[in-house]
Design a protein around this ligand. Structure first.
Ligand code: ADP
Length: 788
């Protein structure tokens, strides 16, 4: 069937429908379908020609979707001769299945609704895939039912590509594109929106199209009214629209959005804006921060702390704010507004470096912490801390330098004072004869002063190398723990600890702790070894003095008794002598009774003398032998000193008593009472048997095993024949009869020496002097630990 076979009736109906629909192409088509010229249309229009030569594809179908007509373009698109298509369906023509089904279903809608429909589809032509837009038109019969179907199909490939590209571009643009239409009655709608709406509004494109209310909902309630006003204003006067508003994000945060658009009035009185919306949150925060910064800066400037200057490099003009005038002590009217005013005030020593830093600002753009001094016109020196920044023009040329000067004199002076105090403290700490150690909360040493190092002998390296330096000073673990506990307790007061020096010497130390606010502690120590020794010596002295006193009394008593007995012996002896004289001289002149009386007198006196001698033996026994040897730790040096001193005091300047003792010896075990007895007897002899003003020397030495004690005088000496006897009890050399004595002293000395398992010897030169030498075995007393 060809188009020419469509009868007039059909044509007329088509023509009527076309006229009703007002569609020119349909008219053309209908006209073309009928050979008879339409009375309603100019007969000279070559419709067929137009249809045959139009660029649109035109086809006509019956209700079974069989081709009634297809123009040459259809042939080009499908590659099928249009005349061959007549009476056939797309399916029969071998069109792709999916397209056939698609068209079929679209046509059905048209048939059912009797409404025109525009469809868009792609189609693979001999020239490749192209996009088409088809207008599907129902052509109705007189009964109002659909009689034919007409399709006018246009190649929209280029348009579609442009559209796609545009869409792509809009979607890639920062922010979002929104076409917004406001109707005169206040209704509004989104006519276009790019995908940027996802990011900005957290709304999908579809949601926005479907319900503009969703877009409005996102706007901050506070901003809504003014936002609406800005739109109405733009609509009213068709002025450029621009506004910034906040929207609420799903996570509760706030976003700042800026919109701009040009309004256009449409025919129906509505207004359309094509707008660009941008997320300006970052910019806004930055601005806010800047504003805050400016506020702070203003505040700082306002409180008079900041001096601000600027140097315009083109004109060379310098401007200062009020504060900087104050800092420099220069009145505004005295400012030359050149850099010279500044240069004239900078301290000569700081000028070069200050200028160098300015240069730095010119190149680096910015400098901070430039410190220099200025001298005010009144001579006062101020310390300034400055910073500067440079401004450059578009071509990168330096145009302006700006800077801030802060007067830091007070701070600087405070620093200086602090520094001085620190230096002073440091020098005190370094030179004070006190041990100072800083240690942390774990007992680790952080610092020790010079005296600490001097006294204990360890180097800083050695302490630092040691995991637990306390082991060096306190080898005993229990004792060390006591020390550590004390260190960390930071109790007030002093406590004594025996501390090991590097050379092995045990130092008597007293320590105090001070807890610092940061948890560290300072240990302050004093070496009290000497004090302790002095204390010990003092105690020893007291003890020895007491024993000396007792011994002196004891010895005096002994000598007194012995002297008394000796004296008492003289009377009976003289009575005996007298009786003997009488008996011899008058033996014959006296009678028997008288002779007997004399003999009895002699007998009585002998008995009396015997009694006296018995008493003497008793005294010797009691005094000399009754006391057992009592060894006690004694400082022999101190003891000799005390005894000599006591004697010197009692004898005055008659003799010079000298003590020689080169070696110090700690405590040794002796019976100090007996030693005192030895010293007293030997010294009193030396005094008795030598001239006044001569020297008496006591020397004390120690060998590994012996104590050597010597007493020498420059007196009369002892003849060799007496030397063997002088230690005998009551032995006195007859040349000394006029010198008081009992002959008891040396025997007591010998006895005391022997009790110590010692030896005594004497060397003497008659007329030159005598030396008694005593050797006693040396027993060192064990050191007593003194723990504070
Ligand atoms: P006393 O001194 O009481 O006579 P001693 O036993 O102390 O008794 O001394 C015995 C004697 O030894 C003395 O009488 C004296 O002659 C002699 N003698 C002792 N010491 C000295 C001395 N330092 N120089 C000279 N003679 C001494």
């Amino acid at each position: 069937m060809s188009a020419q076979h469509i009868n007039d009736e059909t044509f007329q109906r088509l023509q009527q429908r076309a006229a009703l629909a007002g569609c020119s192409v349909n008219e053309l088509l209908l006209h073309f379908l009928d050979d008879t010229p339409s009375p309603a249309k100019p007969s000279d229009i070559p419709y067929q020609l137009l249809v045959e030569h139009t660029t649109d594809a035109i086809s006509l179908f019956d209700l079974d979707l069989r081709y009634l007509y297809a123009n040459p373009i259809i042939g080009e698109l499908t590659g099928i001769d249009p005349t061959m298509m007549i009476g056939k369906t797309d399916h029969e023509l071998g069109m792709p299945e999916d397209k056939v089904n698609f068209w079929k279903s679209e046509w059905q809608t048209v048939i059912q609704t009797c409404q025109e429909k525009i469809i868009i589809f792609d189609f693979t032509t001999p020239q490749g895939v192209r996009f088409y837009e088809s207008r599907l038109t129902p052509i109705l019969g007189d009964d109002g039912a659909v009689q034919f179907l007409a399709a006018i199909t246009r190649d929209i490939t280029e348009r579609k590509r442009t559209e796609d590209m545009l869409r792509d571009i809009t979607n890639r643009l920062p922010g979002m594109i929104l076409s917004y239409r406001l109707m005169p009655d206040g209704q509004d709608e989104v006519t276009f929106v790019s995908e940027g709406i996802n990011a900005i509004y957290e709304i999908s494109v579809e949601e926005a199209y479907a319900d503009i209310g969703k877009v409005w909902m996102k706007v901050y309630p506070d901003d809504l009214e003014k936002f609406g006003e800005s739109i109405r204003e733009s609509a009213k006067n068709l002025t450029l629209w621009g506004y910034q508003w906040r929207i609420r994000m799903n996570d509760g945060s706030t976003k700042w959005v800026e919109g701009r658009g040009i309004p256009r009035r449409l025919e129906d009185g509505s207004t359309l804006w094509n707008t660009l919306l941008l997320d300006i949150t970052d910019r806004k925060t930055l601005v806010q921060q800047q504003e805050e910064l400016i506020d702070q800066l203003q505040l700082a400037i306002g409180t008079g702390q900041l001096g601000i200057w600027s140097l315009d490099l083109k004109s060379g003009r310098v401007d200062w704010n009020a504060q900087i005038h104050e800092i420099y002590g220069i009145a505004p009217e005295d400012h030359t507004h050149t850099i010279d005013t500044f240069i004239a005030r900078v301290h000569p020593e700081d000028l070069a470096s200050a200028q160098m830093r300015m240069e730095e600002a010119s190149t680096a753009g910015r400098v901070f912490g430039v410190n220099f001094r200025i001298i005010r016109p009144n001579g006062e020196v101020r310390y300034l801390s400055a910073s500067a920044s440079a401004q450059f023009d578009d071509t990168g040329h330096l145009t302006k330098l700006m800077g801030i000067d802060i007067d830091v004199t007070d701070i600087r002076q405070g620093e200086l004072k602090l520094q001085q105090t620190n230096e002073m403290m440091q020098s005190i700490i370094e030179h004070i004869p006190v041990l100072i150690a800083l240690f942390d909360e774990n007992g680790r040493f952080r610092f020790v002063n010079r005296h600490w190092l001097d006294q204990l002998g360890w180097t800083v390296d050695e302490i630092e190398r040691e995991a637990d330096p306390l082991t060096l000073f306190y080898p005993d673990p229990d004792y060390r723990q006591q020390v550590l506990d004390y260190m960390l307790s930071a109790k007030p007061g002093w406590r004594d600890f025996q501390t090991y020096a590097k050379d092995g010497q045990i130092l008597e130390m007293t320590w105090a702790n001070v807890r610092l606010s940061d948890g560290k502690s300072i240990g302050i120590g004093q070496n009290i070894t000497e004090r302790k020794q002095a204390e010990q010596v003092g105690l020893e002295k007291e003890r020895l003095l007491a024993s000396l006193e007792i011994e002196k009394e004891h010895s005096a008593t002994v000598h007194h008794i012995v002297a008394k007995i000796a004296h008492d012996l003289k009377t009976p002896l003289s009575v005996i002598e007298l009786s003997r004289e009488i008996l011899i001289t008058y033996f014959d002149r006296i009678d028997e009774t008288q002779r007997r009386e004399r003999l009895e007198t002699i007998g009585k006196q002998i008995q009396y003398m015997s009694d006296l001698l018995n008493d003497l033996a008793l005294i010797k026994g009691n005094v000399l032998e009754a006391r057992s040897l009592q060894l006690a730790p004694t400082n022999l040096t101190v003891m000799c000193q005390i005894t000599l001193q006591a004697l010197q005091e009692s004898i005055g300047v008659r003799h010079k008593l000298t003590f020689i003792n080169d070696q110090m010896m700690d405590l040794i075990l002796v019976d100090d009472v007996l030693i005192n007895r030895i010293l007293l007897n030997l010294l009193s002899n030396a005094i008795k048997y030598s001239q006044a003003d001569t020297e008496i020397t006591v020397s004390l030495r120690f060998t590994k095993a012996w104590i050597l004690l010597q007493v020498s005088d420059q007196g009369m000496g002892i003849a060799p024949e007496h030397l063997l006897h002088i230690f005998d009890l009551f032995y006195r050399i007859n040349t000394v009869k006029e010198i008081e004595g009992t002959g008891l002293g040396l025997s007591i000395v010998k006895d005391c020496v022997e009790r110590h398992n010692g030896r005594i010897s004497v060397e003497s030169t008659l007329g030159y002097g005598t030396t008694f030498k005593i050797e006693l075995p040396l027993i060192v007393a064990a050191v007593q630990a003194v723990v504070g």
